[in-house]
Design a protein around this ligand. Structure first.
Ligand code: IPE
Ligand code: IPE
Ligand code: MG
Length: 259
């Protein structure tokens, strides 16, 4: 092995250690992107879907295990009816047009969010996307649709309360794991990196429980302008973070191992 081989092996090992396994995206700023150009909000959302398509391809290329995208929040129903309808139309179109390519790219689609009150055409489509791709082993694309983290946690609490009421669970058995297992994300690792575009610095009811130790990157760019370079830049910033999980910083950790 030459010195440069060793260096390259070290860099690869470092990359493997620092690459996020799960990236979650708050795709925000479609309306402002359109307003800046004097276009209707719908056009911003349409270009937002193109950015999503690019981002999924980039995530596959960058070997990301899980990509969660916030596509429609439980609170987004409060927008004007025409805007809600156009967002639903775009979701329809995205799944109809892109499902075959996603499947061919070995992407596994998962959907989180409340399903019960959705119109049958939407819930059938979401189920179809999940069923068709369930055996795929590449990128897991988690689509958060009609998603609200507080509602998700409340549903988990309700499920546990029902088990207690039926005598199938003792209250003292309820711990963080018991709750996590009843969230929509039960079998999905917590996000390592959460990116929000548009300059807003808030979670807007996204993955509140799962974000406990996530790293945050807030980007000033508007979602329709997001691309592979922006994703790579966010990941590069993530790689410089020292994740402590309540323990010691990296320098102190290695000093401790050395002593
Ligand atoms: C994100 O863009 C898309 C959804 C929330 C569905 P917005 O529509 O929130 O765009 P801004 O924040 O108004 O610019
Ligand atoms: C969050 O964006 C939801 C999605 C990106 C789908 P919003 O635009 O709805 O969030 P607020 O209202 O600015 O907090
Ligand atoms: Mg917004």
């Amino acid at each position: 092995m030459t010195e440069s081989d060793i260096l390259e092996a070290q860099t690869n090992a470092q990359r493997a250690r620092t690459a996020p396994r799960h990236v979650a995206l708050i795709m925000d700023g479609n309306g402002r992107w359109a307003a800046k150009r004097g276009l209707p909000r719908f056009e911003g959302h349409r270009r937002g879907v193109e950015a999503l398509r690019r981002t999924v391809r980039a995530a596959i290329k960058l070997n990301i295990g899980y990509l969660t995208v916030y596509s429609f929040s439980a609170e987004n129903w409060s927008r004007p009816r025409e805007e809600v309808e156009s967002l639903l139309t775009l979701l329809h179109r995205f799944i109809r047009n892109d499902l075959a390519e996603l499947h061919a790219s070995n992407v596994r689609v998962r959907v989180i969010g409340a399903r019960a009150d959705l119109a049958p055409d939407i819930s059938d489509l979401l189920r179809e996307a999940e069923q068709m791709t369930q055996a795929n082993s590449g990128l897991t694309l988690v689509v958060a649709f009609n998603y609200g983290a507080r509602q998700e946690i409340a549903a988990a609490a309700r499920a546990l309360a029902e088990m207690v009421a039926q005598g199938r669970l003792r209250p003292e058995e309820i711990d963080a794991d018991a709750i996590a297992r009843r969230l929509d994300t039960a079998d999905i690792p917590d996000p390592d990196l959460i990116i929000r575009t548009s300059g807003e610095q808030r979670l807007s009811n996204f993955l509140l429980w799962q974000a406990a130790y996530a790293e945050f990157v807030f980007l000033p760019i508007l979602w329709p302008d997001f691309d592979e370079a922006a994703l790579s830049a966010a990941i590069a910033e993530y790689a410089h973070r020292d994740r402590r999980f309540g323990g010691l910083e990296a320098a102190a950790r290695s000093a401790k191992t050395a002593s």
